[in-house]
Design a protein around this ligand. Sequence first.
Ligand SMILES: Nc1nc2c(ncn2[C@@H]2O[C@H](COP(=O)(O)OP(=O)(O)OP(=O)(O)O)[C@@H](O)[C@H]2O)c(=O)[nH]1
Ligand SMILES: [Mg+2]
Length: 259
Amino acid sequence: MNTHQPTSFDEHINKPLIDPVSQAFRRTIILSILTLLLTIIVLWWIRRRQQRFAHHGKCLLLCGIANSGKTLLFNRLTSNLEKRPFYAMSVNHGTMTLDYLSSDRPIEKVHVIEIPSNTRHYQYDFLVYKTSAKAIIFVIDSTTIEKDLKYVSDYLYCIIRERYFRDQHLPLLIFCNKQDINKTDHSIQRIQYLLERELTLKQQIQEDIGQPGKETFEFSDVKDLRIEFVDGSTIDTKKDGEGSHLLKVHQWIARIWFK
Ligand SMILES: Nc1nc2c(ncn2[C@@H]2O[C@H](COP(=O)(O)OP(=O)(O)OP(=O)(O)O)[C@@H](O)[C@H]2O)c(=O)[nH]1
Ligand SMILES: [Mg+2]
């Protein structure tokens, strides 16, 4: 028979180690943090959706492979300042003001979206924003085109075969950037020739987007998009306007937005 009477020591031992008040307090803190995190995620998601749909069909998309000069171009277009480019993992949004080329027209605001290329998801980002596009600038580093020809043409092929862009007959500017760097021939004509030669290797290209039955691919075969080439340089200390190395890009944008 157990005759052991509980002592004050036993009572102390049997007490829960964490008292219920501090346990409830801890639970409240964890719940608050989780709620806060969830709220931040939901707000971020709503903002992303708003950004995407607020500018439906009104934006200028900047695309291109890594190091082609997208961020610098984005900075130049949206602020006219030559900011230091940064390693962009996320999509950049900004506003460009078209007010300097035509004084007799009302000021036009252009929403510019830079699609980053340093992630493996560039194709995803580009698809997410496809319905925002009114026009696309595809940036090429003219000085490395031979080395990067496969990546550049693969990405360009994704753009020109995109059904949505072709249904909308979107303007596509292929901007041969970095023309300030002196190197052997990297003229527009040569870059266009190299790209057409590489794109001809895509077996389905003529059937998909060009002239079925034709052996070699030419950009003029794509009737559903308004494709143009211009050259220029994003590193430029001159103010935008006459003499600027970005003048052709500005004129192309103005032609589309002031139509
Ligand atoms: N010389 C010269 N350098 C340029 C020009 N445009 C861009 N660069 C340089 O090229 C490098 C890459 O430019 P970014 O604007 O960061 O290129 P990006 O396409 O945004 O690159 P990712 O963010 O890596 O996809 C930077 O060092 C720029 O200063 C240009 O027209 N001329
Ligand atoms: Mg960038």
